[in-house]
Design a protein around this ligand. Structure first.
Ligand code: ATP
Ligand code: MG
Length: 509
């Protein structure tokens, strides 16, 4: 198999022998309907790539010459999403959404800088770039598959499958790269990263996920182009970070991103901290357990991820400010200090990856709960701590910390039975919910009264209120962080400990 110099490689079904029975029936349905309506349609992207690698595809993408509007007209369950880059989602269920993109054109003559959105003739430019060469709009549609392949990111993602003839069509040597375990960007790397800097993160993600290496030219321009990542919208960055760390290859992503000097572009973590072995070992261990959870089919939530990654940044700032305040203030309001510092760290992060508001609040809560879990007199905080929905996640973070801090072991032993109890309670609630749901649907099938939206709202309200009452009744007076109103000797000991800790991390000047 030759990589360059070849024009187009077509493999017949007998030659490639792909396990096509693994292709989603919905993707096949979409392609068939498009073809019946007279359009071209192919399976492309991660679905084809993963099938070729013998992996189970995460999702299926379809490429067609029908415009988004034409696709929408054909499917009742279709939604056009995105303005910058219009695509159509055909939704069958939560887990079965087929993404349909229209063949993109090559470099259009209408390419203009961002400020001139409308041409002199009054027509909107369908392809626009800003002064950095970043594509801010790309809705120029092409007519051929070859043109479409040119606009895709990596050769391994630009292999098309014609499900009718069974042919695999490869314009850029993607099949060869798959056999070599190489990620190679299509076209001139600098131009492609400028157009869309997220391709840099995608290169890192595929390298981590597939264990592939980056081709020399793909790798070489990553350093010089990494600063362009700052112009990517924080909402898009948030999505990319979730894909990097929540889909079973967090440890490998961490390794690849640090090797490419990209990790600190994604998170507000000071280089000094990141380079300390304490911080690295902690993150490595935490990512390993995240991947383990994923492999066991357990869910990993973004707030937990961010609470791990930014923990060292937060706690370091906490100790530093607390030590300073101890010299100048008689009484420190620890509750406010913790809330203030948590907000500061999280807001800095929000500028890079726009986390939704509930995630931000949960991160701060997980950190606050660390202080209660660490308390010298934990009995006092049992009711408050366990009343939080976040208790289990907070304890998971605590256990990760305890792995590196033997002083926390006794607290782990203290809290473990409460954790087990909470887990059992949650399991029981989940089961009884399921039973109730199935009873209700049975009743519905037998012709019983269907629940109206008002019923759902009432149930939700009642649930929320009872949870709130539960929390209130078990919560001690606000601001009761007695543990931190220490004696002078205790303070001194704590400060020494903090200093040792910083010294161990090479952070002490
Ligand atoms: P996975 O879904 O397994 O994460 P994927 O390759 O399918 O990987 P998607 O985000 O689903 O990734 O994108 C589908 C396809 O669209 C890609 O395979 C690629 O061909 C193309 N694509 C996606 N994002 C870009 C981009 N930023 N630039 C160019 N092409 C892209
Ligand atoms: Mg995909």
């Amino acid at each position: 198999m030759v990589k360059y110099g070849q024009k187009k490689l077509v493999l017949s079904a007998q030659q490639h022998q792909l396990p096509t029975e693994q292709i989603s029936k919905f993707a096949i349905k979409v392609i068939k309907r498009l073809k019946q309506a007279g359009y071209e349609a192919y399976l492309v992207g991660g679905g084809v790539r993963d099938l070729l690698l013998g992996k189970t595809p995460k999702d299926f993408d379809v490429s067609t010459n029908a415009t988004p509007e034409q696709v929408r007209r054909l499917f009742g369950n279709a939604r056009i999403i995105g303005k910058r880059f219009k695509i159509v989602h055909i939704i069958y269920s939560n887990n079965d959404t087929i993404e349909v993109t229209t063949f993109r054109g090559g470099n259009s003559p209408m390419l203009q800088v961002e400020e001139t959105a409308i041409s002199r003739e009054g027509k909107r430019f369908e392809v626009q770039v800003n002064r950095d060469g970043m594509l801010v709009r790309d809705n120029s549609y092409g007519t051929s598959l070859e043109e479409d392949a040119l606009r895709r990111d990596f050769t391994i993602n630009a292999i098309y499958l014609d499900i009718q003839t069974g042919e695999l069509i490869d314009f850029h040597g993607g099949l060869y790269d798959l056999t070599q375990g190489v990620i190679d960007i299509i076209g001139d790397p600098e131009t492609r990263y400028r157009e869309d800097p997220v391709r840099i993160l995608r290169a890192a993600r595929f390298s981590a996920k597939l264990g592939f290496k980056l081709s020399k030219r793909t790798l070489e321009q990553i350093g010089p182009c990494a600063p362009f990542l700052r112009s990517v919208s924080p909402a898009r960055m948030y999505d990319e970070v979730n894909k990097l760390f929540l889909t079973g290859h967090a440890q490998a992503s961490f390794k690849v991103l640090t090797a490419l000097n990209l990790f600190d572009q994604l998170f507000t973590i000071s280089p000094m901290l990141l380079n300390s072995s304490t911080c690295r070992d902690f993150l490595n261990y935490a990512f390993e357990s995240t991947d383990q959870r994923f492999a066991e089919g357990k869910c990993n939530k973004p707030h937990f991820l961010y609470s791990i990654i930014l923990w060292n940044e937060f706690i370091w700032a906490f100790y530093e400010i607390r030590d300073d305040l101890m010299f100048s203030a008689n009484n420190i309001n620890y509750k406010s200090l913790i809330a203030f510092l948590a907000a500061q760290v999280v807001i800095m992060q929000y500028r890079i990856t726009a986390m939704p508001e509930n995630i931000i609040r949960s991160i701060a809560l997980l950190w606050r709960l660390q202080f209660l879990l660490e308390s010298k007199d934990p009995e006092k905080y049992v009711k408050e701590t366990t009343s939080y929905h976040a208790f289990r996640a907070a304890f998971d973070l605590f256990k990760l910390r305890a792995h590196f801090d033997p002083n926390l072991q006794s607290r782990v032993e203290f809290w473990q039975p409460y954790y087990d109890q909470c887990k059992a309670d949650a399991e029981r609630r989940r089961k009884s919910n399921e039973e109730r749901q199935s009873r209700l649907s049975e009743r519905g099938e037998r012709g019983g009264r269907r629940r109206s939206s008002r019923d759902f709202k009432r149930e939700g309200r009642e649930g929320r209120e009872s949870r709130r009452d539960e929390r209130r009744s078990g919560r001690p007076e606000a601001g009761s962080f007695e543990d931190f109103n220490e004696t002078h000797a205790d303070r001194q000991e704590r400060m020494n400990k903090a200093r040792d800790w910083r010294r161990a991390m090479n952070l002490e000047p």
